[in-house]
Design a protein around this ligand. Structure first.
Ligand code: ATP
Length: 545
């Protein structure tokens, strides 16, 4: 076959596939054209977008500038003191120009000297008006404000406006409201943060976070109070005011009738205020493990009212199963006993006195007036647990608890007060625990004991009495009738020398106020009088056996 045959073959192939080839070519050209058009359109889109941006930029800029100004205005109004300071300083610089360095240095020196004089002469007002606000201002801006939002989010103390939630729990959040830090006050020991809660929050949300707050704020103690609805104060301890021993407070140098029996000062609170206990009209329970410092809760109140004891306006009654403690000061006690029988006899005598006072007051007054004729009768029971659980028979313990409950429930208005101290504050050991309106919890062994003494939930609110270190005897938490939260306190330390001074003041020249427990009461307590030890012969004293 020659060249003519090849050509005819090609022509034949083309006649069969030519159309396909043509369509392929057309498709290729179409794709190329479309690609070209797309490229052109994209370029045009970028140009359009650029044009839109150029046109919109001033409006967008104005929007953000307006927003920024609005925010600045709000901040300036909110922190008006800082704003005024800046405006004042700026105005002054505009008026007189930047003063030379020498003038500035002189001004700083004069201000420093004036501040020092103020501090030296009127320390309290300086602290109140100058040091406190300045320190608070600085701590707000340097410490709290920069971290505030982050802390609140991490502690989950924010309110989220959830607009939608999927079945898998994925939330769409429209806004997050953070509680507002209103101001910070500061002294060398505490920072107080006033916080306005966000709508939807309750003070309990904050008190429920005390533990993580302590960790976040790196503080041993954080307290939350509610000064007004929707506002909480978070007090953050920076330094412990109670870290050093408080020496025994001086015995008041006043006449007996000048002694305030309602508020005996016995130490300091964590805020540097007087730690007081009411002796007239209040019973006190002090709980703490061995070495906790219960002796200071015994002796400090007695020292506080010593002139009244000396002048016969207060009489001391004591029961000390350990024998050593109160025996140190035997002469100042009107009656002093050591075991369950003594305790029983003393309670019977007190109840007799109470009945007598009741009869005298009946129909004339609802409250006794303390005088030499009707002195305040203060009963101190050391180791009440020993009396009510460990010593004597079960029946003796039951009767003691009942007699004590009678004195506690009926004695307040009649001028009878009971102070008791215990290592184990459980109900089994102290069945009359709830009849003590004032309680101090010194160092205890377990966290549950804190709530036993101070009330349900007090440990969660920061009363960490089970974590008081051993080197802080006399430190504890107190909750009185009118307080919601427990306050940390330290009682003053009464040494043997202080006790000798106490005895010398109340019983000068070796005198003694002490007389033995009357035999008739001892006999009744022992059951020698035929009533089985319950004092039943005096029918009005019959305890429920
Ligand atoms: N307020 C205080 N400040 C400093 N030290 C104190 C204070 N109270 C007591 N102490 C000291 O702590 C130690 C234990 O105190 P205290 O005897 O009062 O403990 P306690 O609770 O009565 O113990 P126990 O139940 O074993 O008698 C003593 O050495 C005492 O001097």
């Amino acid at each position: 076959m020659g060249a003519g045959g090849d050509v005819s073959n090609i022509v034949a192939w083309l006649s069969i596939h030519g159309a396909t080839l043509v369509w392929l070519l057309v498709a290729l050209v179409g794709v190329a054209v479309l690609y070209k058009i797309a490229t052109l359109l994209r370029a045009a889109g970028e140009v359009v977008r650029a044009v839109v941006w150029v046109l919109a930029a001033p409006f967008v800029g104005a929007w953000w500038a307006g927003k920024g100004l609005w925010w600045l205005g709000r901040q300036a109004r909110r922190f008006w003191r800082t704003s005024l300071g800046f405006v004042g300083a700026g105005g002054l610089v505009l008026l007189v120009g930047v003063p030379p360095a020498g003038v500035l240095a002189t001004l700083a020196l004069v201000a420093g000297i004036a501040g020092w004089c103020w501090w030296f002469a009127w320390r309290e007002s300086f602290t109140h008006y100058m040091a406190g606000p300045l320190r608070g201002w600085w701590r707000r801006w340097a410490v709290y404000a920069p971290r505030w939002d982050r802390w609140m989010r991490r502690l989950d103390l924010v309110v989220r406006d959830v607009v939608a939630e999927t079945s898998e729990g994925v939330q769409t959040v429209a806004a997050v409201a953070v509680p507002r830090l209103v101001w910070v006050r500061s002294d060398p020991w505490w920072d107080t943060l006033r916080v306005a809660l966000a709508v939807g929050q309750a003070p309990e949300d904050v008190t429920g976070k005390i533990s993580p707050l302590r960790a976040a704020l790196r503080s041993d103690r954080v307290l939350v109070r509610e000064p007004e609805p929707g506002v909480v104060d978070i007090a953050v301890q920076r330094r412990d005011l109670l870290a050093t021993t408080i020496p025994a407070l001086p015995i008041p140098d006043v006449a007996g009738d000048q002694v305030d029996l309602r508020t005996a000062t016995i130490g300091l609170t964590e805020f540097g205020e007087a730690f007081t206990v009411p002796l007239l009209g209040g019973h006190l329970l002090g709980a703490g493990e061995t070495g906790g410092g219960k002796s200071s809760l015994l002796w400090c109140p007695i020292r506080a009212v010593a002139p009244a004891v000396r002048d016969g306006l207060v009489r001391l009654w004591g029961v000390d199963p350990k024998v050593l403690e109160m025996a140190m000061c035997r002469p100042i006690f009107h009656r002093l006993g050591f075991g369950p029988v003594d305790a029983h006899a003393i309670l019977l005598e007190l109840l007799d006195l109470m009945q007598q006072r009741k009869r005298e007051l009946a129909g004339r007054s609802r409250q006794v007036t303390i005088s030499r004729g009707t002195p305040l009768e203060l009963l101190f029971l050391d180791e009440i647990g020993a009396l009510l659980k460990y010593l004597g028979t079960r029946q003796q313990q039951t009767v003691l608890a009942q007699l004590l409950a009678l004195v506690q429930t009926q004695g307040r208005a009649l001028g009878f007060g009971v102070s008791a101290f215990v290592q184990d504050p459980s109900k089994e050991t102290v069945p009359v625990r709830d009849l003590f309106p004032n309680r101090v919890c010194l160092r205890v062994r377990t966290s549950s004991q804190v709530d036993m003494v101070l009330g349900e939930g007090m440990r969660d609110l920061g009363a960490l009495a089970d974590r008081i270190p051993h080197h802080l005897p006399g430190v504890g938490y107190v909750r009185s009738e009118d307080q919601k939260e427990a306050v940390r306190v330290r009682a003053a330390h009464v040494t043997d020398d202080d006790l000798a001074d106490l005895v010398a003041l109340i019983c000068p020249g070796g005198a003694s106020l002490n007389s033995p427990i009357p035999e008739e009461y001892l006999a009744a307590a022992r059951g020698d009088d035929g009533d089985g030890g319950g004092g039943a012969r005096r029918s009005n004293l019959r305890p429920v056996a």
